[in-house]
Design a protein. Structure first.
Length: 115
């Protein structure tokens, strides 16, 4: 079959399951693949092991991933998901949906235009 181009997580909506699926399935995506997690409004509902300020709220994982994506600007030893940090280049947060772009994370370059 080859690699997986896209994943749409429409699973149990329980926060530990969402993170476990991400850790297992994201590495199986081809480069330039897309990983989508939907119905994340469940992150705010207590019946899904979570709630607005709960530590298991998946948006806490998203925040850590954003920090990992910006690893060039902080302590590199502090990566939250080091096994994924080199493989995503963009995170898009929409109402109840997170979209993660898989591509090599390249060090930013800075250039100057001479007058």
């Amino acid at each position: 079959m080859g690699g997986v181009d896209d994943v749409l997580d429409d699973g149990s909506h329980h926060m530990p399951h969402i993170e476990a699926s991400l850790r297992v399935l994201f590495p199986l995506l081809v480069m330039k693949g897309t990983y989508m997690i939907e119905k994340l409004q469940a992150a705010y509902y207590a019946r899904f092991d979570d709630g607005f300020r709960a530590s298991k709220n998946f948006f806490n994982t998203v925040r850590r991933m954003i920090d990992d994506m910006h690893k060039w600007y902080h302590n590199k030893n502090a990566l939250a998901l080091p096994e994924l940090a080199q493989e995503f280049c963009g995170i898009h947060v929409h109402d109840s949906i997170v979209v993660i772009d898989k591509a090599s994370a390249l060090r930013p370059t800075h250039s100057r235009v001479q007058k």
